[in-house]
Ligand binder design. Structure first.
Ligand code: ADP
Ligand code: S3P
Ligand code: MG
Length: 166
């Protein structure tokens, strides 16, 4: 057994928000890997980045993703950078994976000044977001079995689109 659905995509795509609503609609639990990392490490994601750096966060995230993929009867939302790990991409094979897509303008708007997202907290979140999309778009598409565009759609409409695609 495995999670009913795994959500991937860039920051601001709505993985956590849509995951919560989708889980409620399907009467399943949501396992969000950022929350799992925080639970397992006893620290917040920004604290881990500030104290130990990105590599440490990625190692903790890899562990949390593998644990989340072991859960039955759950919706799983990943952190935006989880797909950077080759081990994680391999572990996603065979799962139902939805890529929640978001364009640059809307993604930057939704993530604001990067509060709570250390990688977007620099002086030019727009350029950072673009570099992120350039580096990761192919990886999201590689692991996904379904792609749902979220631009111009309310969270409720995105949930409906995901359910229709499932
Ligand atoms: N479809 C949407 N339309 C408008 N705002 C959204 C949508 N999905 C998410 N948001 C908002 O964008 C922000 C980031 O959402 P979040 O679920 O944390 O994204 P992610 O987990 O993919 O980084 C939140 O403030 C959320 O309310
Ligand atoms: O894109 C990334 O590298 C990250 C995305 C964040 O999750 P969300 O995509 O849920 O914002 C969180 O895991 C961390 O700040 C790193
Ligand atoms: Mg999230």
């Amino acid at each position: 057994m495995s999670p009913r659905v795994v959500l991937v995509g860039p920051p601001g795509a709505g993985k956590t928000t849509i995951g919560r609503k989708l889980a409620a609609r399907l009467e399943l639990r949501l396992v969000d890997t950022d929350q799992l990392v925080e639970l397992q490490s006893g620290r917040t994601v920004p604290e881990i980045f500030t104290t130990d750096g990105e590599a440490t966060f990625r190692a903790l995230e890899e562990r949390a993703v593998l644990d989340a993929l072991d859960e039955d009867e759950a919706v799983v939302s990943l952190g935006g950078g989880a797909v950077l790990s080759e081990r994680t991409r391999a572990a996603l094979a065979g799962h139902t994976v939805v890529f929640l897509a978001v364009g640059m303008a809307e993604g930057v708007r939704r993530t604001g000044m990067g509060v709570g997202r250390p990688l977007l907290a620099g002086i030019n979140p727009r350029a950072t977001f673009k570099a992120m999309l350039d580096a990761r778009l192919g990886l999201y598409r590689e692991v996904a079995t379904i792609e749902v565009v979220t631009d111009g759609r309310s969270p409720a409409a995105v949930v409906d689109a995901v359910l229709a695609a499932l």
